[in-house]
Design a binder for this molecule. Structure first.
Ligand SMILES: [Zn+2]
Length: 479
């Protein structure tokens, strides 16, 4: 009997998909853990199970791959596990674990059922759930790279695997009538199915994205960041909560309002048209300030953004890495505009300077490094090593106004890597598993474990950062 089948979980228990976490990393043992337990609740009490039900979970190697110590310490306080009675006589009995999380008041006690055979070792070549490759169906590495980064995006994964998103599909205004969201949900379902061990075919999904954005018809190499934008836009449309487009508001926002009131009004107006779970996750708000060079008068505008495209400054020396913060500095620095703009105060066109700041920070911040230039003599790819931090990217200095208690710290969980030149190249992805914290390299159908030290690369192209929740940070620092 295929040993994998002993760990297949019935669809009925998909509410608690169970994480199997054995070789290739630990030399023995499987981890069972519900993905609904957030990664920040990774639990060091699990090993106690090893002694009570060795046939099901053998966790002697747990410590080899536990998450950063501070998190693990915080988490050990948050979860208790208890084993429920099990029929030892039945060799194929269901073993049931109950994971009870004390972390957030209303978190339900959850049950996991695992079909395990007491006479067969759970040690086999099962990888962690979700660590599955995607077939290359013809120059689709750009797509696979982005799909893996999105697959490891916790809030989006949670949405598509836990909620009844099909009931939220917008069938009235979306051009795709939900078929892109359904195709994406089906793809995620395959990627995160505990039984899925072979690379997943993306043909059905690709057909839908090509219907939405005909540029993706055929099999030519495409830009990963452009693909990401189209995909998020398509998912957003399919899940837009606005059933019918409202009449536009034609009046300007009252210039006498404070900047933050203008920002709030601008955001409110945006949400009249655009409002979806995808937007909730990815969209932030940029503030751009135009300053009159004659009178110093400032006018502000606020625009939503789905990602930030950062320029890469010239490094001080060829072998010096460029800190990511230098890219942000260049992005947000005041620049003089060549074009003249009408100054509200001078009542005439004036030279102006422009400055960008972030008014509203998204949960997931996507950073696109502008490595490719298509213009004139500078056409080509910038191969500078941008040193992007894995943990603790603090964007406070980009905030137009930081609210008290607001946490503007981000951790990296995904990188789309482009190797090669502007003309030809290959995409892969490095992703941090949302539940184990382990990094993997997703190279189309091949997936390998990689150490955190391998993640920063001069080929890093699109970076995926997740905002550190205040609660997590508080609990991690209090221990
Ligand atoms: Zn002026």
């Amino acid at each position: 009997m295929n040993p994998l089948s002993s760990f297949l979980f019935p669809k009925a228990f998909s509410l608690l998909k169970v994480l199997l976490r054995p070789p290739p990393f630990p030399s023995e043992g499987d981890i069972i853990m519900g993905p609904h337990v957030s990664k920040t609740q990774w639990c060091s009490t699990i090993p106690t199970l090893a002694t009570t039900n060795a046939s099901m979970v053998s966790l002697s190697t747990f410590t080899e791959w536990s998450p950063p110590a501070a998190v693990a310490a915080a988490l050990s306080k948050k979860i208790t596990l208890e084993e429920l009675p099990k029929d030892d006589k039945d060799k194929t009995a269901f073993s049931t674990l109950s994971i009870r999380s004390n972390s957030s008041g209303d978190r339900r006690s959850r049950s996991i059922s695992a079909k395990s055979r007491s006479n067969s070792s759970p040690r086999n070549n099962i990888g962690p759930i979700g660590v599955v490759g995607l077939r290359n169906i013809g120059n689709t590495c750009f797509m696979n790279s982005i799909l893996q980064c999105l697959s490891n995006t916790s809030p989006l994964l949670d949405y598509f695997t836990q909620e009844n998103y099909q009931g939220e599909i917008n069938k009235l205004t979306s051009t795709m009538r939900g078929s892109l969201a359904r195709a994406y949900g089906d793809l995620l379902d395959k990627l995160w199915r505990p039984s899925q061990r072979t690379p997943v075919d993306t043909t059905a999904f690709k057909d839908q994205i090509a219907r939405f954005a005909p540029r993706f018809i055929g099999y030519s190499q495409q830009d990963a960041q452009e693909f990401l934008r189209y995909l998020l836009q398509g998912l957003h449309e399919d899940l837009n909560r606005i059933p019918a487009k409202p009449n536009p508001i034609l009046t300007d926002i009252d210039p006498s309002l404070s900047d933050s009131a203008k920002a709030a009004e601008s955001w409110r107006r945006y949400l009249r048209y655009e409002n979806s779970p995808v937007l909730d996750i990815f969209v932030g708000q940029l503030k751009s300030t135009l300053k009159c060079s004659a009178c110093g008068h400032c006018s502000v505008t606020f625009d939503p953004f789905w990602d930030l495209s950062l320029p890469i400054p010239s490094p001080p020396s060829k072998h010096c890495p460029t800190p990511l913060t230098s890219c942000f500095d260049l992005f947000s620095r005041e620049e003089n505009l060549e074009e003249k703009f009408n100054c509200d105060k001078c009542k005439t066109k004036r030279n102006c300077s422009k400055r960008l700041a972030i008014q509203k920070f998204p949960k997931i911040l996507v950073i696109h490094l502008k490595r490719f230039s298509l213009e004139g003599r500078s056409r080509g790819k910038i191969n500078a090593l941008v040193d992007y931090p894995l943990y603790g990217l603090d964007l406070s200095r980009l905030a137009s106004n930081k609210l008290p208690g607001e946490n503007l710290v981000y951790n990296l969980y995904g990188v789309s890597i482009h190797s090669g030149s502007i003309c030809s190249g290959h995409y892969i992805a490095y992703c941090r598993h949302p539940y184990t914290g382990e990094w993997h390299c997703f190279n189309d159908s091949r997936v390998t474990a990689v150490p955190p030290t391998a993640i920063v690369s001069s080929d890093g192209y699109v970076l995926f950062y997740e905002q550190v929740s205040v609660a997590t940070k508080a609990s991690a620092t209090s221990t």
